[in-house]
Write a protein that binds this ligand. Structure first.
Ligand code: FDA
Length: 304
């Protein structure tokens, strides 16, 4: 129930407008985002880099109201890419389809995503949003991938369709970031039970790592904080004889940070997603919904 309430709050425009104005609410976010500015995200990326942990940065904000806004988002990502290159940081970018104009058409978003891909040699990741966007996001990915090798896509194991989607994508050698999924989805499209989501995650992990073992060029990224899922990924890789350098583990900034460092220190490729920007409210509510225990942390900020 709490999860549903938090996911409801994540889509409420009035809360999104009002709550972030309060200093104590802002302070409570600091565990999960180093700050609102690019400079904050890059400073965190730099610090993580010194511990052998790579990063991906993402500008918060979704569901824009005009293509001009999408162009401003693209300009901000271009600035980020320039600074990452100047400072030689081990950092990539990840964009949400709705941030780059997919509500105005796949072609509009594709034009902007392709521009970002051509501005860097690193991978440009495409987040996966709510299920209503999956078809369009797959189309966006395929259109851009035709002209750019450096585009990667996130897939969600909670969706019943994802195994078939992955099967269709694998012959194209895609870079895939596998996650469980963070949106409030109906049982018609998503598995309702955690055990089913986890089972799906293990099956998809197996497919991704096997494809890599069989010579696939696309980078498989297993993005989870779940010790069982991580153990499963490492077990599959070990049984396949797939070296640690050939797949990646990804987590979110501020979640299990000592495990991130420990994995990196034991030779794993670890990447942390760092979010920044002013429009953090829906994203922050989704983080709390994932683990309502984090509400204790928020409560401590309120009284502390
Ligand atoms: P889950 O939430 O099921 O937790 C399982 C276990 O993990 C817990 O029992 C605990 O042991 C551990 N754990 C989880 N959270 C913890 C915490 N806060 N502190 C300590 N332990 C914790 N989603 C999406 O829909 N689209 C996207 O594009 C992305 N992109 C993305 C990128 C990256 C790099 C990551 C890591 C995640 C995403 N996500 C996402 C979010 C993802 O879908 C999912 O909601 C979260 O990763 C949480 O799910 P877990 O796999 O961690 O497991």
């Amino acid at each position: 129930m709490l999860r549903n309430a938090l996911l409801w709050a994540s889509t409420n425009p009035t809360l999104a407008e009002r709550l972030p104005r309060y200093g104590f609410v802002k302070r409570a976010t600091r565990r999960f985002m180093p700050g609102e500015e690019l400079i904050d995200a890059l400073a965190a990326a730099d610090r993580l880099g010194t511990t052998g942990v790579n990063s991906t940065i993402t500008l918060l904000g979704e569901h824009l109201t005009s293509l001009e806004e999408a162009d401003r988002v693209v300009a901000q990502y271009r600035d980020a890419l320039r600074t990452i290159e100047e400072r030689d940081l081990p950092t990539e970018i990840s964009v949400k389809p709705t941030q780059i104009g997919i509500d105005f058409g796949v072609a509009e978003a594709a034009e902007r995503l392709a521009a970002l891909c051509s501005a860097t040699e690193s991978l440009v990741w495409v987040d996966m949003e709510g299920s209503a966007y999956v078809d369009r996001t797959l189309e966006l990915f395929l259109v851009v991938k035709e002209g750019a090798a450096n585009v990667g896509l996130c897939l969600q194991s909670y969706l019943k369709r994802t195994e078939a989607d992955l099967d269709a994508l694998l012959p194209l050698d895609p870079a895939i970031r596998l996650v469980k999924g963070a949106y409030n989805e109906p049982p018609s499209v998503a598995f309702a039970k955690k055990a089913e989501v986890d089972r799906g995650f293990a099956v998809l992990t197996q497919k991704l790592l096997r494809a890599r073992h069989n010579g696939g060029l696309g980078r498989p990224v297993i993005a989870t904080h779940d010790p069982r899922m991580l153990g499963e990924a490492n077990r599959i890789a070990y049984e396949l004889g797939l070296p640690k350098e050939r797949y990646e583990i990804a987590m979110l900034f501020g979640i299990r940070p000592s495990e991130q460092k420990r994995l990196a220190a034991t030779g794993h490729q670890v990447r942390v997603l760092i979010s920044y920007g002013e429009s953090w409210f829906p994203w922050y509510m989704r983080r709390l919904a994932e683990r309502p225990a984090n509400l204790w942390f928020v409560a401590k900020q309120l009284v502390g």
